[in-house]
Ligand binder design. Structure first.
Ligand code: ZN
Length: 183
């Protein structure tokens, strides 16, 4: 490069800076240190294990500040269970709790990946928002059994990003999807 002598050090520094930025990213699985990793254990989710993985993948494809990863030994942040009731989530704190993949909703035609993504949404700090709209993930069963959209809308994505950027405090609570039945 034929650069003026005075700016050569600047260019050198800039290149070093860019290399420092790019190299860790290209190292593959390494998660940037500002990303919160939330582990989940779907080993007791019976026939819903794949749906839980798919629901986690949807979130991972849509948010930056948190990553859902299968637990590899040790206690997971999120336990995923299966039973014959309605799906529900017991949130202990942001990124912590238990999910039940309830067969009753599945038997009534609700999509398993949407259920998993919705319940994970509670774990990520989102409340129910029963708009009846399929494009809203947190509308849950109010969108009807024909809705199989597992993707959060832009507002839901932004809220999760804010939750994890700020490490927001979430009060412990249980979200029961069957409240809909008596709404
Ligand atoms: Zn819900």
């Amino acid at each position: 490069m034929n650069l003026p002598r005075t700016i050569r050090p600047v260019v050198g520094l800039l290149i070093a800076f860019l290399v420092a930025l790019v190299v860790p990213a290209s190292a593959g699985a390494a998660v940037p240190e500002n990303v919160r990793v939330v582990t989940y254990d779907a080993s007791q989710a019976a026939e819903f294990r794949d749906a839980v993985d798919a629901g986690a993948k949807v979130w991972n494809e849509n948010v930056q500040n948190v990553r859902l990863e299968p637990a590899s030994g040790g206690a997971a942040d999120v336990m995923v269970l299966a039973d014959n009731g309605w799906p529900r989530a017991e949130v202990i704190g942001l990124g912590q709790g238990r999910i039940w993949m309830g067969r009753q909703a599945v038997n009534e035609g609700h999509d398993t990946i949407r259920i998993a993504a919705h319940e994970l949404g509670h774990i990520l700090g989102l409340p129910d928002n029963r708009t009846g709209l399929c494009e809203d993930l947190m509308s849950g069963a109010s969108a009807g059994p024909d809705c199989d959209n597992p993707k959060p809308n832009p507002d839901e994505i932004a809220e999760v990003e804010r939750n994890f950027a700020g490490g927001v405090l979430i009060a412990p609570q249980v979200f029961r999807e069957d409240v809909l039945a008596t709404r």
